[in-house]
Design a protein around this ligand. Structure first.
Ligand SMILES: *[C@@H]1O[C@H](CO)[C@@H](O)[C@H](O)[C@H]1NC(C)=O
Ligand SMILES: *[C@@H]1O[C@H](CO)[C@@H](O)[C@H](O)[C@H]1NC(C)=O
Ligand SMILES: *[C@@H]1O[C@H](CO)[C@@H](O)[C@H](O)[C@H]1NC(C)=O
Ligand SMILES: *[C@@H]1O[C@H](CO)[C@@H](O)[C@H](O)[C@H]1NC(C)=O
Ligand SMILES: *[C@@H]1O[C@H](CO)[C@@H](O)[C@H](O)[C@H]1NC(C)=O
Ligand SMILES: *[C@@H]1O[C@H](CO)[C@@H](O)[C@H](O)[C@H]1NC(C)=O
Ligand SMILES: *[C@@H]1O[C@H](CO)[C@@H](O)[C@H](O)[C@H]1NC(C)=O
Length: 553
């Protein structure tokens, strides 16, 4: 069998070679600083840099980046890259910039001592002996430096004021004017933090304040103080992106739709949004999955998604699930979310990197089941979870080395994509998205670009096949728009599905509405638009090989 590569993917144009070689060889040394170009975050050369971050908490009581009593900081930074992330959202408490004693005159060792964390002192001494007697601010700087050595970008997130677990409506850290949240103090501290990391090139952004919330929250104060905070950070450090959180625990940016943010500078403003399963109460368990996904996507569009159309980057800076699995509501939520995130190719940061916390809410060594690292801080907690986000880690659209537009057929439940079976290329299965050929979804047929081959149904419970003659027509149905149903069956009764061994077949459509107990996710697919070759894909490598070495920078 021969798979003809799409003809347009040649690298005969010097300009394309230039761009491509730039990406291939300088991703590790991106041209900082970053700025915005319409809805994209771009580097100095105007090439898109997609943020694929993981949150690394450093805002709990010890005020030390978590995990360093378990592993050397270098090993953690290396692992972050191995897991496919290019960036960390590093959290810090405001007190670190307002209390000189805390920042400069308390060492990591002393901080652990004061909290009775004797095991962590031993572990830290073993794993990071050169840092244990650093002051808390010097230890944070060292973490940022080590991330930089591994080409990992850092976004400094002011998570709260008083170190500790976050966030509640009445914890005094929620909104301007709360007990621990004086806007003047905050603005000065942001400025100081920005100045502290001025000239540190891998610090690409600052989340100005995490999850604004609580009884005092209001739109007028939001505009007044967020604009002041952004100006303060920018005047102390012209390089950083300034990232603004919405109201109601950062689930709501709808108030920006009619009223733009005014800043004295341009090209640096990014908005961030948080989206968890519990952001929508218990609706994932009480409603039909398709109806609820449709409903929640409307909310996301109104509360933040619209910003993409207004020409701003939207950074989904917290989302995640219990990675032990077994929670059907989480599976529904996560399929709906990853479909949306892939379709819109948004920048994002997963909650969380954690392993375990030194001390969280009074518990020593608490496990973070939402974390990608296991309690040893080096093993992956659940590799099937990483598979679910691997497509999101690729750049799909935006300025950079392009191919002609193509489609991927993404299967959120697994994180895989529709591909031809290697054993029998007339059959279809799920495979890594970077092994997908370019699909084209036009006039309701699914074809492989430039080939006379299209997806054909062979009736219920039979495998679909690649055909030269009988193209079936498929349309997206249900409130989630994630079922691909055969148009010829009069009542949308046959949908694309996946069996236990990832064979693609057509089955009666599952729980399109009403039923709240059944699980449609094996039938959830999302047709993704892409204009960029996926990293590590054959197309990408082919392009790399076509570029003469002399063109490489
Ligand atoms: C500053 O930090 C030190 C060390 O943690 C602490 O003892 C002191 O109470 C803090 N000062 C204020 C004003 O919070
Ligand atoms: C810092 O700590 C030392 C002893 O550990 C103490 O003598 C000094 O006064 C402290 N300085 C500040 C500014 O707290
Ligand atoms: C989902 O469930 C909630 C109650 O949990 C209800 O108020 C809401 O209307 C439901 N939405 C849909 C789309 O059925
Ligand atoms: C990983 O996640 C899958 C799917 O949710 C689940 O079935 C499995 O038990 C999880 N594995 C571990 C080790 O938690
Ligand atoms: C409609 O769907 C039902 C259930 O899947 C099926 O039994 C029936 O044959 C379908 N009718 C038509 C006209 O396709
Ligand atoms: C995908 O691309 C097609 C063709 O260019 C376009 O009509 C469609 O709106 C795009 N979909 C999304 C979600 O951007
Ligand atoms: C897909 O990506 C993975 C991880 O980067 C890589 O190991 C694999 O070789 C790639 N597969 C293809 C077909 O390009």
């Amino acid at each position: 069998m021969t798979r003809k590569e799409p003809k347009h993917l040649s690298c005969t144009f010097p300009l394309l070679c230039f761009f491509f070689s730039f990406i291939a060889h300088t991703v590790p040394n991106m041209a900082y600083p970053l700025s915005t170009s319409s809805r994209w975050i771009v580097d100095e050369n105007g090439q898109r840099v997609k943020l694929a971050c993981v949150n690394w908490p450093s805002h709990l009581q010890p005020v030390v980046a978590e995990g360093l009593s378990k592993q050397p900081v270098d090993a953690v930074a290396k692992k972050i890259v191995e897991m496919g992330f290019n960036c960390v959202r590093l959290t810090w408490p405001l007190d670190l910039m307002t209390n000189e004693t805390l920042a400069n005159n308390v060492t990591v060792r002393q901080s652990f001592q004061s909290l009775g964390l004797t095991d962590d002192i031993v572990g830290f001494q073993t794993n990071n002996p050169s840092i244990i007697d650093f002051s808390l601010i010097e230890a944070l700087k060292m973490v940022v430096t080590k991330l930089g050595n591994h080409n990992v970008m850092a976004i400094l997130d002011n998570h709260l004021t008083k170190s500790g677990w976050c966030c509640a409506n009445n914890d005094g850290n929620g909104f301007f004017g709360d007990n621990f949240f004086d806007p003047t103090v905050w603005t000065a501290a942001l400025s100081k933090m920005a100045a502290t990391f001025n000239g540190v090139s891998n610090v690409v952004g600052m989340s100005l304040r995490n999850e604004l919330r609580g009884p005092k929250q209001n739109v007028n104060d939001w505009f007044k103080y967020m604009q002041q905070g952004a100006e303060a950070a920018h005047s102390a450090n012209k390089n950083v992106l300034v990232i603004m959180s919405g109201l109601s625990f950062d689930t709501d940016l709808s108030f920006i739709m009619p009223r733009p943010v005014h800043l004295s500078f341009t090209g640096k403003l990014v908005f961030e949004l948080h989206w968890y399963s519990f952001s929508d109460g218990n609706s994932w368990s009480t409603n039909n999955s398709n109806d609820n996904c449709g409903e929640v996507l409307n909310r996301i569009r109104n509360n933040g998604g619209f910003l993409l159309n207004q020409g701003f980057p939207l950074f989904l800076s917290e989302f995640g699930i219990d990675e032990r699995g077994g929670n059907v509501n989480n599976d529904r939520y996560f399929g709906c979310l990853t479909g949306w995130a892939a379709e819109n190719d948004v920048d994002w940061s997963l909650w969380a990197l954690t392993g375990t916390y030194y001390l969280r809410q009074g518990v020593v060594g608490l496990n973070e089941y939402y974390g990608v690292l296991d309690s040893d801080w080096i093993s992956v907690r659940n590799s099937s979870f990483l598979q679910k986000i691997s497509l999101l880690q690729s750049t799909l659209q935006g300025p950079g080395p392009r191919t002609d537009a193509y489609n991927l057929v993404f299967h959120p439940l697994t994180g895989l994509c529709l591909v031809r079976s290697l054993k029998d290329t007339t059959m279809l299965t799920l495979g890594p998205c970077n092994s997908s050929e370019p699909w084209s979804y036009t006039k309701k047929t699914l074809r492989i670009e430039d080939q006379p081959l299209c997806l054909q149904s062979n009736g219920p419970e039979n495998r679909v096949t690649m055909s030269r003659t009988g193209c079936s027509r498929w349309q997206t149905i249900s409130a989630s728009r994630m079922h691909l149903a055969l148009t010829t069956s009069k009542n949308n009764s046959l949908c694309l599905d996946v069996d236990a061994t990832n064979n693609i077949l057509a089955n009666p459509c599952k729980c399109l509405s009403k039923d709240s107990s059944c699980q449609p996710m094996s039938q959830w697919f999302k047709i993704i638009n892409a204009t960029r070759p996926l990293k590590s894909s054959k197309l990408y490598k082919q392009l790399e090989n076509m570029c003469p070495k002399s063109d490489m920078l």
